[in-house]
Design a protein around this ligand. Structure first.
Ligand code: ADP
Length: 243
């Protein structure tokens, strides 16, 4: 650990994560001892080919799935190896999850989607749904349903839902995968802003642009992680062109 950081700064920590899937006689090792840390204010990009274990890793980090071995901690609290209801409670409190355009319930307005996410956490939210929508530039679309939004608007609405409870950790699965260049820039800027506010941000991505903006890159391959300690300029120099 470098000077100037402390263990309190580590907002997301995975230690020796394993995940086995068994289908009949066949066993797949999706994660084979993955360890990583993301500190407050840091953005980490996770890259790797299809089948490398990226979605499995993200699901374990979010507490949506349980690792077969190892441990996940968010904001200093163990998230893994708990009953699903407890994981859901901790996730609502500490983790924002951005899953492409799958963050919104279709029968609720954008504003009510945010309020529903806030309802999962006790006490008054630190930020109102209206203020969040203003932050992402959607204040005029708060009454709209998901199907009434453009791709860029959906991405921004999804981000507002992920940020509903001012999370310590923001996990994003291909947040720019379906977006045009301009909207991609906007979403990446919003993620950078959240990191600047102190969030620990982890992005699973194929986007060269997202990798360039990251502080560090973790390359997953066949369930194993190879961390590349690249600063922004380092990532540029090494030319992480992924698509
Ligand atoms: P990526 O997101 O990098 O494409 P995944 O995490 O989806 O990789 O998958 C990693 C490996 O685990 C793959 O071999 C995949 O086939 C396998 N896998 C993922 N989910 C399941 C599942 N529910 N049951 C069985 N095997 C799975």
């Amino acid at each position: 650990m470098s000077a100037g950081t402390s263990y309190d700064d580590v907002k997301l920590a995975a230690r020796e994560l394993y995940r086995f899937y068994r289908t009949g006689e066949e066993e797949t090792l999706a994660l084979r001892g993955v360890s990583l840390r993301v500190r407050r204010g840091e953005t980490v990009a996770v890259v790797g080919p299809s089948g490398a274990g990226k979605s499995t890793l993200l699901a374990c980090l979010a507490g949506l799935d349980e690792p077969s071995g190892g441990e996940v901690r968010v904001a200093g609290v163990r998230l893994s190896h708990r009953p699903e209801t407890e994981r859901a409670r901790l996730r609502a409190r500490h983790v924002g999850v951005l899953l492409q355009s799958r963050n919104l319930l279709p029968h609720l307005t954008v504003r009510d989607n945010i309020r529903l996410a806030q309802h999962a956490v006790r006490g008054r939210p630190a930020v109102t749904a209206e203020a969040l929508l203003e932050q992402v530039g959607l204040e005029r679309r708060m009454g709209a349903l998901a199907r009434q939004l453009s791709g860029g608007e959906l991405a921004r609405a999804g981000l507002a839902v992920a940020l509903a409870n001012s999370p310590d950790v923001l996990l994003a699965d291909e947040p720019t995968g379906e977006l045009d260049g301009g909207t991609e820039q906007l979403v990446l800027q919003m993620l950078r802003d959240r990191a600047a506010d102190g969030c620990a941000v982890l992005i699973v991505t194929h986007s060269a642009e997202a990798v360039r903006g990251a502080d560090r890159v973790v390359a997953l391959d066949d369930g194993r992680a190879h961390e590349e300690h690249l600063g922004t300029s380092g990532a540029k120099e090494r030319g992480h062109v992924l698509r």
